[in-house]
Design a protein around this ligand. Structure first.
Ligand SMILES: CC(=O)SCCNC(=O)CCNC(=O)[C@H](O)C(C)(C)COP(=O)(O)OP(=O)(O)OC[C@H]1O[C@@H](n2cnc3c(N)ncnc32)[C@H](O)[C@@H]1OP(=O)(O)O
Length: 441
């Protein structure tokens, strides 16, 4: 897949004009201008209520985030006019929509507005600018992970993949799962980044909702962004090589401990390109000595580990929440990208306040699971009637199959025009695996 470089696309003129009318300057940061980029990075950290970044952290970011489309808003009237009052960054990534099927997607991050400038429409201008730019560039969808679940629905985003946190009682762990023939061994984080990225990509292809992990992310995960920090020194990396010696997965974990008590294993990530890797890494993490419990965050809603233990109640779900949010920009491309569970035909009316995805669409799926989607001019005399009407956010939530059409119908979030069509769509959209994204971006 040829990846479009988001940083080369022009600024959105509508957002530019909206902010200019408030005497605010909207534009891109020259990421090769260190002082300007550092001011943007510090504004980003401040926006998320983080401490000021250290020189080491800034150097890492300047080196590894420079490729992103990095946008800011400046107010020439404030004392520190070189620091932006708002930030956003984006890049073209890819999203797995069905096992072995991916689609390009516009990833958005670093959305902040300074507390001195909040609630005057700056975030709206940033978000709508991102969506118009992505749509004009032909991207079928945009995606993000969010701080608060109340911010992005108004722009047509909706939660499309959930995560859970699992707490596992070490004393109750008795393994009955597979015992694959490969082996788990420690890896040196300093030399593991390239292999970690490659196996992450293969793992991502297996699961709807998985996203290409940015290189800066891999570096963070392995503690390479700040190797001397406490958390980087605590991180341990294990890899799983199959019986042929081929890398098929890895996990990053730490043991947190207050002497004299036993420790708690906390894992940052478990990446598995095969079922064997998944079982072997879970077993390794659960069967540590001098450990009382295991906490695994950002795990899938259909995690298999309880089935690998004699006592499935050793695994408690301590939280479950939305994680990946999607926003369809091109209904035809988004719906045609995934695989379907059955053959069928449904006419769908989509409403989009931003006008990017509105329209009537005929979805026809075949026995092989492939789809063909046609845009229908609803004004045409012989246009087929719509079977169901919903907003672009609801369609985005339904795309990967994380929620059922009948559930959204019952929640009053869509209108069935043809009785029973939600149940038909439930069958078509049943996912091959629960959608899951295992990291923040
Ligand atoms: C992908 C990511 O980066 S997620 C990170 C999001 N950022 C953060 O959480 C950092 C802290 N928060 C902030 O920086 C700001 O509060 C932002 C970015 C969330 C909002 O910025 P603002 O410029 O104040 O938002 P803006 O004035 O454009 O508001 C637009 C709409 O969103 C609503 N809104 C804004 N922030 C919130 C919020 N936190 N919760 C609920 N609604 C909100 C406004 O009421 C307004 O609603 P309306 O236009 O539909 O009536």
């Amino acid at each position: 897949m040829t990846v479009l470089d988001a940083s080369t696309l022009p600024d959105d003129t509508t957002s530019h004009a909206a902010l200019a009318s408030q005497n605010l300057d909207y534009g891109r940061v020259a990421t090769d201008d260190r002082a300007a980029f550092v001011a943007w990075l510090q504004a980003d950290a401040r926006g998320f209520h983080q401490p000021r970044s250290t020189e080491a952290q800034l150097t890492e970011s300047v080196e590894h985030l420079a490729e992103r489309r990095t946008t800011g808003v400046w107010d020439a009237t404030i004392a520190d006019a070189s620091t932006p009052v708002a930030t956003v960054s984006s890049w073209v990534s890819s999203l797995t929509v069905s096992p072995e099927r991916r689609i390009p997607a516009w990833a958005i991050s670093s959305v902040t507005v300074a507390p001195t400038h909040r609630r005057r429409g700056i975030a709206r201008a940033l978000l709508e600018g991102e969506l118009r730019t992505a749509a004009a560039a032909g991207l079928p969808l945009a995606m993000l992970t969010v701080t608060e679940a109340t911010i992005y629905g108004r722009y047509g985003f909706a939660p499309a993949a959930r995560v859970t946190t699992l707490d596992i009682d070490r004393r109750r762990v008795s393994w009955r799962g597979p015992r694959p023939a490969g082996r788990v061994q420690f890896a040196d984080p300093a030399t593991f980044a390239a292999e970690a990225s490659a196996v992450s990509e293969r793992a991502a292809l297996r699961t709807p909702g998985a996203v290409t992990r940015p290189e800066s992310h891999v570096r963070h995960l392995l503690g390479l962004h700040d190797p001397e920090s406490e958390s980087s020194r605590q991180a341990r990396v294990v890899r799983y090589d199959d019986e042929h010696g081929e890398l098929q997965g890895f996990a990053v974990y730490r043991v947190v401990r207050t002497p004299p008590s036993p420790g708690r294993v906390e894992f940052d990530e478990l990446v598995a390109a095969t079922d064997d890797a998944e079982a072997a890494l879970w077993r390794f993490l659960l069967e540590q000595d001098f450990v009382g419990s295991i906490r695994a965050g950002l795990r899938a809603s259909d995690e298999r580990v309880p089935w690998m233990l004699d006592d499935p109640r050793a695994v408690a779900t301590s939280s479950a929440s939305d994680h990946l949010w999607l926003r369809i920009l091109d209904v035809q491309a988004a719906l045609e990208s995934r695989r379907y569970a059955a053959a069928g035909r449904v006419v769908i009316d989509v409403d989009d306040a931003l006008g990017l995805a509105s329209g009537r669409y005929e979805l026809v799926t075949d026995d092989a699971g492939d789809a063909r989607v046609e845009t229908i001019d609803a004004a045409r005399e012989d246009a087929p009637a719509g079977d169901i009407r919903l907003g672009v956010g609801e369609l985005s939530a339904l795309l990967l199959g994380d929620v059922r059409w009948s559930a959204l119908a019952a929640a009053g979030r869509l209108a069935e025009e043809t009785p029973g069509v939600a149940a038909t769509l439930d069958r078509l959209f049943a996912p091959e695996r629960a959608p899951h994204l295992g990291f923040w971006f």
